[in-house]
Design a protein around this ligand. Sequence first.
Ligand SMILES: [Zn+2]
Length: 334
Amino acid sequence: MPSTCPQSFIDLPKVELHVHMEGSIRPETLLKLAKKNDVSLPADTVEGLREWYVFRDFEHFVEIYVAISNCIKTPEDIELITREFLDGQAAQNVVHSEVTYTACTIKNLRGIPWDEQFDALKRGMKYGLETHGATMGLILDIVRGDSPDIANEVAEWAVSGHGEGVLALGLAGSEARDAARPYIEAFAHAKKHGLPIIPHAGETQGPESIWEALELCDPPRIGHGIRCMDDPALVEELKKRGTVLEVCPTSNVCLTPIASIADHPIQSMIDAGLNVTINSDDPPMFNTTLSDEYHRVSEAFGWDMAMAKQMARNALEWSYLPDDAKLLVSSRLN
Ligand SMILES: [Zn+2]
C-alpha cells in the first residue's frame, strides 16, 4: 500500500527511541533471506506477508517475530538488515535511532556468537553513518520467559558493548508469560556498570507491570507504558521520576484492545504531563513508518506542525545522543 504520508512529516528531522531491528526487516528482504537460507514461511509474496502480519494477539505476534528472526542465518544477513534499516530511516529523515535487538534469540536459533553479531551490526552502523550521517545505538533485550542464565549472558554482552554502540539493556517479550523478577541478577549487573535498563511494560498488561519495572529496573525510559493511565498514583510516580514513555500508537492498535489512533491515550498522557515520545516499534509488521506515526497522531488529535516538532524535540532530548550531536539536530528543528 503506498504511503499517504505528507512530505512535511517525512521532511521533519526525527529521532526514534523505540524500534526493533528484526521487526524492521523489509518484506522483500525477508523473502530473499528465507529463500537463501531455506526457511519456509507461510507466504512467498509481499502481499502474502501483509496477510500473515494480521495478529490475533500478542502471543501470535511473538510467534511470527521468532519465525522472522529464524530467517537470519549469517553475520552478513545481520549487516544487510542493519544497512537497509538505516537506509529506510535516512529516507524519512530519522537522523538517530535507538534500536532494540534480540541477540540471544539469534544466537539460540542460529548459533551466531554475540561478537560476530556485534561486528556485523557495527559494520552496518558504520555504513549508515558514512552514507547517510544517520546514527544508531543498540538496546540489547532480555526476552521474558528466557532463563535467568540467558538473561545474565545478555547483560554481560550489553555491559561489554557499552560505549561501543550498546546504549542500554532491554526487556521485552510477553508481559503475561512471566514477571521481570527472575532477571534481577542481570539488572544488577547492568546497573553496577552504569548501563541503563529500558524495559517494555504496561503494553499488554496493566499498571502492575509498570510498578514492577520501576521497582526492579529504575528505568529512565519505558517501552509503551500506556496502561499507566489506569492508575493515577502511577502517573504521578512517573512524572515525579521523569520517566520517558516510548509510545508506539499503530503497534498498540494492532496488538492491544485500542481500536484506532483516535482512541489511543497518547493525548491524555501528554495532557497529564507525562514525558511522551512517538515511535514505530516494528514498522513493516504494522504497515507503518515513523513519519506515518507522526502524521496519524497529528491528524487524529488536530496537531499542527509546531506540536509535531515539539514531539521530535522531546525524542531528541531523551535520546542518548551526545550533547554536541543533540545541538546539531536541534538547530534543524527551529
Ligand atoms: Zn517494542
